[in-house]
Design a protein around this ligand. Structure first.
Ligand SMILES: Cc1cc2nc3c(=O)[nH]c(=O)nc-3n(C[C@H](O)[C@H](O)[C@H](O)COP(=O)(O)O)c2cc1C
Length: 353
């Protein structure tokens, strides 16, 4: 029987266990998007996870969602990340960079630029812009040349990631950020080849996957999806059709993995298992009150190959060791999710040796 603690062959890499740290935005990078010493410590503390997926990282400046988000579009950002990958690798860890372009989930007060999206539709709600919350702005509808430039930015960031020592990249096409905005029916009202049918709405994601794969190899490319997700004012009225099409297309591309973020009202994990043939990482979602039990069952029954933990990995840097010994698990303190400094970031304790 497969267990959470079994190793797993992810393409050319062997993961030491099937426990994945889910990507989590922590807003601790420097003002210019550079990773810093505190971030080295945070990721290094978590090197015993089978796979670390970093926080969402902007592939270009306009795609920076929140203050304190790191980037992967400048030399100083690359250098900062290189220190993190070296430090994680020194402990035999494995680390992928999540590429997250925010699209309309950003603000001129954060980047100095008007956010871009497939259509000029303002999301409902507010965004934290540094000191206060501000209502979202109407984004600029991306022209075909914006679409092309942003595709190139994704490719550039993926190349930088590999050059900076990452084992691969995860393309964030979930949770209402740019690529999800292309996919969803309420945020994409385009009438050109990027809007309308499921094939057209999925086109941009597939183009980005293909372009990145050509440069760094498909075995180093993962993708995250959240079918039926409502976060960031998303609403999808044809989940089966759109994700069925997209996952079938992705299946033949030899990707490192599909990372499925389960949403209420739709069994995305089972759906992904039947539509996607490669490695599947399951995340059972915020609402799951029995994470550990779910993780064990999903892996043992082969419903997915790897299981990702968000808040438990945040609050338990030595999560694999704690799970293996049925040790006490610390609950994450949500007040420090997006604050600055070490409190609630690097001060969660390891078990005594
Ligand atoms: C503080 C925090 C930040 C997050 N940031 C991201 C992110 O940058 N990218 C992403 O794909 N998901 C992000 N998520 C979602 C997590 O990856 C995960 O799907 C979610 O926390 C549910 O898993 P859990 O119940 O194990 O925490 C974030 C979650 C939390 C708690």
């Amino acid at each position: 029987m497969r267990a959470l603690f079994d190793s797993y062959r992810l393409g050319a890499i062997t993961l030491r266990n099937r426990i994945v740290m889910a990507p989590m935005t922590r807003n601790r990078a420097d003002e210019n998007g550079d990773p810093n010493e505190l971030m080295i410590e945070y990721y290094t503390q978590r090197a015993s996870m089978g796979l670390i997926i970093t926080e969402g990282t902007a592939p270009e400046h306009v795609g920076k969602a929140y203050p304190g988000i790191p980037g992967m579009y400048s030399d100083s950002q690359s250098l900062g990340w290189r220190k993190i990958t070296d430090s994680v690798h020194a402990l035999n860890g494995t680390i992928f960079l999540q590429l997250m372009h925010s699209g309309r989930i950003s603000h001129k007060k954060i980047t100095g630029l008007v956010p871009m999206s497939p259509s000029a539709i303002k999301p409902a709600g507010e965004i934290f812009t540094g000191i206060t919350n501000d209502t979202f702005e109407i984004p600029l509808e991306m022209s075909l040349s914006d679409i092309e430039n942003t595709r190139l930015a994704f490719v550039g960031a993926a190349k930088r990631a590999i050059d900076a020592g990452f084992d691969g990249v995860e393309i964030h096409a979930a949770n209402g950020y740019l690529l999800h905005q292309f996919l969803a029916t309420n945020s994409n009202l385009r009438t050109d080849e990027y809007g309308g049918s499921p094939e057209n709405r999925a086109r941009y994601i597939i183009e980005i996957v293909d372009s990145i794969s050509q440069i760094i190899g498909s075995g180093r490319v993962g993708i995250r999806l959240s079918p039926n997700g409502k976060f960031n004012d998303i609403s999808e009225n044809d989940v089966d059709e759109t994700y069925g099409y997209l996952m079938n297309e992705l299946s033949s591309k030899g990707l490192a993995y599909l990372h499925l973020a389960q949403q209420s009202g739709f069994d995305g994990i089972a759906f992904a298992r039947s539509h996607f043939r490669g490695t599947l990482i399951a995340n059972s979602g915020y609402g799951d009150q029995n994470k550990i039990e779910t993780a064990r069952r999903i892996i043992e029954e082969g419903q997915a190959d790897l299981f990702s933990f968000g808040r438990l990995a945040l609050a338990n840097p030595d999560l694999p060791k704690r799970l293996a010994s049925d040790a006490h698990l610390i609950s994450a303190d949500s007040k420090s999710f997006y604050s600055r400094g070490p409190i609630g970031y690097t001060d969660y304790p390891h078990l005594a040796p």
